[in-house]
Design a protein around this ligand. Sequence first.
Ligand code: NAD
Length: 278
Amino acid sequence: MIPSTTLNDGTTIPQLGFGTYLVPPEETAATVGTALEVGYRHIDTAQGYHNEAEVGEAIANSGLARDDVYITSKLNNPNHARDDVMRSFDETLEKLRVDKLDLFLIHWPLPTRYDGDFVSTWKAMVELVNDGRLASAGVSNFQPDHLERIVGETGFAPVVNQIEAHPYFRNDAARKASHEHAIAVEAWGPLGQGAVLEDDVIGTIAAGIERAPSQVILRWHLQRGDIIFPKSMRRERMEENFQIFDFELTQEQMEQIDALDRGPEGRVGPDPDTFDRV
Ligand code: NAD
């Protein structure tokens, strides 16, 4: 059974889901279909992944009830103006073949674009919730000062902040700021996009408890309380990443993994303060 995390608006999200970044559109329906067969019930996509329609196709073909699958998408960088939020959200609903989306995130804050105004974008996200077409609104890649601004200027806190986090980059500053606003943390790139899998400390812990390195890393995330959605296109890896609820890491093992943190040097993705691709 996958545990649920309760968000600050009272809704719940499965703590383990399935990521779809870099899953090519032509392989997405089959890949997400396999993930749903394995048991995943939370799918993370984005307008910018160009595979929302195929995610929608897989869910429609799965035979699962709409309420049984939690779906997240994200606002693409060129769509931050209010009218583009509205228009592109309609397209997202249509592609995903749903009347209402569970969670929609501002993908990147883009503080050097749009005159630094991500607050208006956030207000448009809140409007979608008030309209009843979006259950929950969140953000992604928001730094502590970005969170401070949107909460301070609108009084509405996002339900989640989806940020890069893994043993090489714990991202404690953004995690702490999120928690201070009762915002749940979603850790993207939970395996460091593969970089952490070969680590010797992880390998030693994994060998000692007869688990795969991926399982040790994902279990570390779960015990930190974060929401994760590792990505793999292979069924056996999807299954491996799903089998993480029948063992526990000791305090000492958690601390050994904590100690792998390299700070911002450990990032595998861009720095949200300067990332500006639209
Ligand atoms: P990840 O950390 O999930 O790593 C994926 C890589 O690990 C792939 O190369 C895969 O083949 C490999 N892998 C997965 N399971 C494995 C296993 N059991 N054994 C060996 N190798 C394995 O990286 P990710 O896909 O970038 O992150 C997960 C999800 O987070 C994405 O798919 C996407 O949905 C989301 N994401 C969001 C953002 C954002 O800006 N919000 C950025 C990147 C990713």
